[in-house]
Design a protein around this ligand. Structure first.
Ligand code: AVJ
Ligand code: FE
Length: 441
């Protein structure tokens, strides 16, 4: 990352922490206590658990670890340890009340800001960045809980920008070529990159062609209309089993009304917008769609090369459009500025060197890859963040969604989930291997 960062580390940490806290409170102050302590879905924690877990993690990493302070509420560690109880079992625990959780958050934050001010050499401020990213990730999870919740809408946001009209004779191509050859994947230098993004290493990626934008609702409806959900040829064997058991017929939150598809979105029911990237599909559905389309999901190496390799310099960028540490509203649909993805082809200012758009923001993109450690992976410092999830159970998602904050979004950032999950803000794009050009004669 270039040292163009005009904002000093201490100030950047303070800004990141307070942005996360504003969002956390906005997501929970809009609901009565009964909705904060309720289980809206067995897939999710009660929101009041997220609240106190955010505070408890901040206590552990900033007060105890960074500040060397004695524990403030050690008796809460077990209650808010994500590995101790499953999400579905957390309402039965003797949790803090919403008022107690808010007080715990505020007290821990006061101490964390003291620690930040008192740290003589904040260095890269990694632990502060890690904690801000942790809170923002829980905010995205809490937004998914809002989406699962039944009842009248409580959240509002303006619509995202439209896709710009194509210049005459210059239609946006359906796919963009990504040239073959080595590129640098992962990072050693991005100060707030998490352990699973490290270390940087060179990967040789053969030439391929990637969808310019994520797969749209209209394209996905063509798959449904063609009987895609009923044809085992398109499905991974485990996916076919899952589709049968879970009776999948369409993305989550969709419902058919005669000949039109409706969806529920944060308490509103509306027609499915055809030009918007498809959302709330599992890895199995994304994989089946890609096979039906005669294509495949990109590997995460392919995705990352498309997102950051600059053929002009041979370098890997931090973000598709450059190395800036900040993201403007014209670059990507991030940070819950909107409550839905923008239409495919939006955000031309955020295009990658290869021409692909919306690689960051809008929808998380399922990749073909399992969540494994890069060569030389070392868990740091939070063992349970990545290491315990490595293996072949989880699939990698890339790029972030409209619900992802920029502090937790960059071209190296890796997310993961089980291939059946679809309450997350996930869509996908497809690709194909470039056919080698025939040598004449
Ligand atoms: C990286 C989104 C998969 O929510 O399980 C939050 C983030 N880790 N607290 C998750 C996380 C610990 C994690 N994901
Ligand atoms: Fe957590």
């Amino acid at each position: 990352i270039p040292e163009a960062t005009a904002v000093p580390v201490r100030e950047r940490a303070r800004i990141a922490l307070s942005a996360a806290r504003r969002r956390t409170l906005a997501l929970t102050d809009c609901l009565p206590d009964g909705e904060l302590t309720a289980q809206h879905s067995p897939l999710m924690s009660p929101l009041v658990w997220d609240l106190a877990h955010i505070a408890n993690q901040e206590e552990i990493w900033l007060l105890r670890r960074a500040g060397g302070r004695p524990p403030l509420r050690p008796e809460l560690d077990a209650l808010y340890d994500a590995f101790r109880h499953s999400r579905a079992d957390r309402t039965a625990l003797p949790l803090l009340t919403p008022a107690q959780a808010r007080r715990y958050l505020a007290t821990v934050r006061d101490h964390a800001l003291d620690v930040l001010a008192a740290t003589p050499h904040p260095g890269d401020g990694f632990l502060f960045g890690m904690v801000a990213q942790h809170e923002q990730q829980h905010d995205e999870t809490m937004l998914a809980t809002h989406q699962l919740r039944r009842g009248p809408a409580v959240l509002n946001a303006p619509a995202p920008p439209p896709a710009p009209p194509p210049a005459p004779g210059d239609m946006l191509a359906a796919e963009v070529p990504v040239p073959g050859g080595p590129f640098t994947m992962g990072t050693d230098t991005d100060p707030w990159a998490l352990d699973n993004e490290r270390p940087a290493h060179v990967v040789d990626v053969p030439a391929f062609r990637l969808d310019t934008a994520p797969v749209t609702n209209a394209a996905y409806q063509a798959f449904i209309a063609d009987g895609g959900y009923d044809d085992p040829r398109w499905w991974h064997p485990d996916g076919w089993l899952h589709r049968t058991r879970a009776r999948l017929t369409a993305p989550a939150f969709w419902r058919r009304d005669g000949s039109t598809w409706l969806r529920r979105r944060f308490g509103h029911t509306e027609p499915v917008p055809p030009a918007e990237p498809v959302l709330h599909v599992s890895w199995y559905e994304a994989d089946a769609y890609a096979r039906w389309a005669g294509r495949r999901l990109p590997t995460e190496a392919e995705w990352e090369k498309a997102a950051r390799h600059d053929p002009a310099t041979g370098r890997s960028r931090r973000l598709p459009w450059g190395d800036d540490t900040t993201t403007g509203p014209a670059h990507a649909n991030l940070g819950q500025q909107h409550l839905q993805p923008a239409p495919a082809g939006a955000y031309p200012a955020g295009a990658a060197p290869c021409g692909a758009r919306q690689l960051l923001g809008d929808v998380w993109e399922w990749t073909a890859s399992d969540f494994t450690g890069y060569p030389g992976f070392a868990a740091h410092p939070y063992r349970e963040y990545s290491e315990v999830f490595l293996g072949d159970r989880y699939k990698v998602l890339r790029g972030g969604s409209f619900a992802t904050d920029q502090v937790a979004c960059r071209a190296t950032f890796r997310n993961w989930d089980l291939p059946v999950r679809r309450q997350i803000f996930a869509g996908f794009r497809t690709c194909r291997t470039e056919e080698p050009t025939e040598e004449p004669g």
